[in-house]
Design a protein around this ligand. Sequence first.
Ligand code: MSP
Length: 646
Amino acid sequence: MPKAYYITTPIYYVNSVPHIGTSLTTVVADICARYRKMRGEDVWFLTGTDENGTRILEAAQGAGEPPQAFVDRISGEFVKAFDALNVGYDVFYRTTSEQHVKAAQALFDLLRKNGHIYEGKYEGWYDVSSETFYKEADLIDGKSPDGNEVRWVSEDNWFFRLSAFEKPLLEHIRKNPGFLLPESRKNEVVAFIGQGLRDMCVTRTNPGWGIPVPGDDSRVIYVWFEALMNYLTATGWPEPGWEKAWPADVHWMGKEIFTRFHATLWPAMLMGAGLPLPKTVIAHGWFVFGDQKMSKSRGNVIAPTELAEEMRSKTGCLPEAAIDAVRYSLAALLPYEGDSNFNRDEVDKRYNADLANDLGNALNRSLSMAHKFVGGTIPAAEPEPEAVSAVCEAKSSYESLMQEFRIDAACQKAIDVARFLNKYVDSRAPWAMAKSGDPALGSVIRSMLVCLRAAEGMVRPFLPWTADAIARQLGLSPLADWSQVGDPESVPPGTRLGDPQPIFPRIEAEKPQDGGKRETVQTQPMKGEATQAGPPSAGLISIDEFSKVQLRVARILEAEPVEGADKLLKLQVKIGGDTRQLVAGIRQDYDPAELIGRQIVVVANLQPAVVRGVESQGMLLAAVDDGGSAILLQPEKEVPEGAKVR
Ligand code: MSP
């Protein structure tokens, strides 16, 4: 039976609803799973909830609900959140399931039979909020090392002979360089084990909630001991067929549950049971808020669906695009080694820079130009080697990064394809080629489409909905096979392209707080509303006054109508390294498609104004003819964008 690639997330405590922190690991694992599935691998992806233990019982009591009803409800919240985030898990596993209870008891029994579990008396401090036992010497000011309250526990219990696994664990870590990642955390584990491991108390007095110790109903299995088992019990173990998934290929988690639990206790348990160890156990850092961890008690919890709704209302994008934007933020901001600050400014910055500017612009302008310059059909010309090799390079770096679990860096490689495409378009200037009848135009347009198709494939694990939208706009079915990424055949000549539709509208700067007066400001003369210039003697200005006006050459990257305003166009223009949005009253004089790629002259230091609810960050210059029509001012020949006009 061929083995599946088995990928897991931690199973989440159901004493708190899902938030950005608990969604991070699941989205990251989903990205790995989707990438492998695209490569044609048989992937099995597990996420789920951890539902036993004192903290859950106490949370249910606090909520005034019977524990089973409580865990069903909150577990359902995780399912809803992960479904909303488009997480394609293969199994959502719960530790109150009959399958888990039976198999966890079987594994406990096997360890006991193998002589690794023995009876004894436990006396020590117990931290309910992390379900962890501590010695007196571990406490700091009477609290757990994490600062949680602890309570004294003294009871007869069962112990796992963890101390016996010190040497075998160190040996396994030494022989398997890819077992614990990243390297810095592996070193922490080696130091932790090196200090000496103590046997661990793995049962508690039965509080009426939990998995009873086989043959001893007065006690339940310690929640961490049976929660770790979920990765194995979910495969169906000990029933036949479990080898199809086990051993896990990768266990993903946050750093706080790595050293003691996933990198030490869990492999020791597997060794004790004579079972193979997971291939890779990897921990990422935390998202912090200032210097705090996200938690319900600190009131800084951000629910992923709330963040998506915020993004949707801020940008006006579709709800599905907003979900992709949240997935993207999680991946791009993933704290791989250290911790990272998760805040909305950072999320917005990434959205505008990577999704709206780089990916969005590349898609829009390429499609608009393909419609305008080659009639909206994929040309038969061969793509240019420069474009094909840029895509191949990005693809191969992306593959290596995915192999090393550097999801944060891999998503940048995907966007790099769009960045390359934008530069390529700027340098090849298809508008100029069209004007001069350059025979290489078809080849340049095909190259642009090959890049877009490759970007579709490379963003797919991160932005599954967006990838489908890109395919649709290309007039193609979704690129399902990884080997097609970068292959010119993936954009077959003769295909009719779809219409360009912006996916990620930019987040505009805060609107001016002036009671909305600027809403009525017009940055361009409207057709029919233009006034004749006054006599030259009236209103003369000095050269100093004139020099305050910064006139610059800009290139139009995108043009689209402003909804509900039949005279206005919204333009994205490039001035030097900057992209700006302008609103101009030229809709009755110019078709948006014919504007793309043109150089114009703009006033670059005009205060932003809001026109029909859309922000305008400058003004373009146009002559006005007798009939009041606007005629754009354009440099006589191409100059670098941002060039001064005097
Ligand atoms: N139930 C245990 C895990 C048992 S696995 C056999 C548990 N659950 S938890 O609900 O507390 O989830 C912890 C996990 O959520 C972390 O390991 C990490 O994957 C994720 N995160 C929760 N908050 C986080 C941040 N603020 N930042 C990053 N990851 C975070 O521990």
